[in-house]
Structures are given as C-alpha cells and as structure tokens.
Design a protein around this ligand. Sequence first.
Ligand code: FPP
Length: 228
Amino acid sequence: MGEGKLPAHVAVIMDGNGRWAKKRLLPRSAGHRAGMKRMIGLSEHIFDRGVRYCTLFALSTENLSRPQEELDGLFALLREYFPENAEILRNKNITLKVIGDRSLLPEDVVSVIEAGERRTEGGTRGTLVLAIGYGGRQDILAAVNRAVREGKEVTMEQFSAMLSTGDMPAPDLLIRTGKELRISNFLLWQAAYSELYFTDVLFPDFSDAELDKALEAFSRRDRRFGRT
Ligand code: FPP
C-alpha cells in the first residue's frame, strides 16, 4: 500500500460463491463454505489496514427467496462459524453488529447472532457489520415509516441516523466482487457518494492482496462530493 488516503468505512458485496464452486465442479454449498472462510479472513485483515468500519453483504432480503436447501446450507454455516468468529473479533477488540430483518431468519440463528453481538460489545478498534436479511429499500422504508409514525419532518442527518447504520459514517468505498456491475439493493442511501470498485475476482478468491488493490485504487480517487 502507498501512503494515500484510507477509507474509514469499506462495504463489500460478496458475490461469486456459486460460480467459484461451479468452476471446480463442486456444489454451491462448497462455494458458500469457501466464501464464509474468506469472509472471516477478510474481516480479520481489514482492520489491520486501519479501516474502522466494514460492512459485508452476506444475505439480501431477496436472497431469502433462494431454494430452501441453499438457505438451510447458509444458515448451517452461520451456526457453525458465527460463535468462533465472534471470539476472534472479541480478541481483536472489534464490535460485531448485524443489520437486516431478523424476523426473516430462523430463531436459533437469531440467538447465535445475538450472542455474538453481546460477546463483542464495546470493542473499540473497529466495527464489523454483517448485513443478513438486509435490503436497502427496506431500510429506507422502515425509517420513513418511523418518521411518519412520529409525525415529524426530518433533516438528512436525522434520517441517516434513523437507518440501521445510523451510528456509523457512510461507506467511503463500496467493493463488489464477482463481475456484476450493480448495487443490488445494498446500502442505497448510504452509498450516495461512495467510491465504487468492481472486480471480476469471485469472492472466495478475494484475497488480502486483492483487498489491498482496492484500497490502493481508493487512495488515488479524487473525491469531490459534487463540488468542483
Ligand atoms: C453470492 O454468491 C453470495 C451470497 C448470496 C452469500 C454470501 C455468503 C457468504 C460470503 C458466506 C457467508 C455468509 C452466510 C450468510 C453464511 P452467489 O451464490 O450469488 O454466487 P453466484 O453469483 O456465483 O451464483
């Protein structure tokens, strides 16, 4: 890495697990397992680079319409890896937070998530946010409905604070792996001025070196936020 600017908040759309498995003639579940392992590796490495907030898109609201067998596999991975990952994060003084609609997840998965959040509470070195059962439009709509219920008009700052990422700065850098060039209902409001970085690399192959390339690219960007 050069001496350039560093993003405080990096968000990642982790795409390409299925294709990674297909290329190896493996079932999709093997791709998700490889993705899960990579997700853990990445979440350890990124804070060592000085990033303060990292938000990973693990499962969108729309992903929850995938075949039950695939979803069961993903939930099994969460049950298997979440406690261990929370322990690693606690030892690294990193707070783990999950955003998304928990009512869409199996109850025991919610318990595992909540235990992980409690275990890492108060970590001051950084915050890892996992978006599970998350949708950007749903996040915005929930905040709008809350404002309507409270019968008040809100400023942009107040509205930002009502979103599920309310206590964090907006992402400076948004990475998408796996070749597709879209945002797919991730942090729609929050990403208004994020720098976008797309790579063909499939998520299980998105190594620490690939992350460093993205950080390097960010350091060369000229951010003007609409000004001259
Ligand atoms: C996209 O790959 C990835 C996902 C839908 C989930 C991301 C999941 C992980 C990184 C594993 C850990 C997370 C959980 C929730 C256990 P894809 O299946 O869309 O790949 P494709 O586009 O190549 O088919």
